[in-house]
Design a protein. Structure first.
Length: 281
């Protein structure tokens, strides 16, 4: 899922620079619009989704509302595979799917059997998931001029920056001071976006410096939360936070309604790495 309005529908390879990683308002709309598997396929076809990470989140919601049959799942995955190849949809990491499966297994909802089946099939698909196409990065919260926020409700503020250290392969000879990486900024909720900081001024006093080799359309941002079930089992769940009723774990795992924020996570997709650029950097 990307919100960049400059995507050229006629040629998916031509994408102008966009600093928006996640458009929260559009994400709300996607969850509202997707109540069955066919709706997810339409969203992919219309370029409202450009990564399998988004598909996973929507699938979890659909499986809760209208659990599909095995025949429907088979047909859905067949069509999804074709669409993902045609639309150049980025794959989800196998580790991410495994984390979802582990979390869903702790649910007491009987519908989980059906959902786990779908997740397993996606994990086993070479076209939809990959063990090496994404790099998982863990961000560090940097709050300008204030103490670190104490709760998730305080997260969305333009003062909250997520620092991610990452040395792009094309910048391996970098001699600049500080660490290579990038910053994710939480805009206030009324701004409805999560942004990649691309201006040099935004990196002052953060120890991070930015190379424009990393672009917003290559990133998937989410949080990892945890809690303990009534049986005493610790559950860790990844997902996009901030959607209230759309936070998937509040449905499947009621114990996570009172959860702790564990990590800020970013998946950087390597498919867009230009080998010519790397060789000549």
């Amino acid at each position: 899922f990307q919100s960049c309005k400059e995507v050229m529908i006629q040629n998916r390879d031509l994408v102008k620079m966009c600093s928006t990683i996640l458009d929260i308002k559009e994400w709300y709309n996607l969850h509202r619009d997707c109540s069955k598997l066919e709706d997810i396929l339409v969203a992919v076809q219309e370029y409202r989704i450009t990564t399998m990470f988004a598909v996973m989140d929507l699938l979890i919601g659909v499986s809760y509302q209208n659990p599909p049959t095995e025949d429907q799942v088979e047909e859905f995955l067949r069509r999804l595979t074709v669409l993902c190849e045609d639309r150049k949809v980025r794959s989800v990491s196998e580790e991410y799917v495994e984390l979802l499966i582990s979390a869903v297994q702790c649910s007491t909802n009987e519908k989980k059997v059906n959902l786990i089946m779908i997740l397993e099939l996606i994990k086993d698909s070479e076209e939809l998931s990959s063990p090496h196409e994404n790099v998982e990065l863990f961000g560090e919260l940097f709050t300008a001029g204030t103490e670190t926020p104490l709760s998730l409700n305080q997260l969305y503020s333009d003062q909250n920056l997520i620092l991610c250290e990452y040395q792009h392969i094309a910048a391996r000879q970098c001699k600049r001071a500080g660490k290579c990486g990038f910053i994710v900024r939480h805009a206030p909720l009324d701004a409805n976006s999560v942004e990649l900081c691309t201006e040099e001024a935004e990196y002052v006093d953060t120890r991070i410096h930015y190379h424009d080799l990393v672009q917003a359309q290559e990133l998937w941002y989410y949080v990892s939360v945890s809690s303990t079930t009534e049986a005493g089992v610790k559950v860790r769940a990844p997902g996009v936070w901030g959607l209230n009723q759309w936070d998937w774990w509040t449905r499947w795992l009621p114990c996570l309604r009172e959860c702790e924020l564990e990590q800020f996570c970013v998946q950087f997709n390597l498919r867009g790495v230009d080998e010519h650029l790397v060789a000549n950097f």
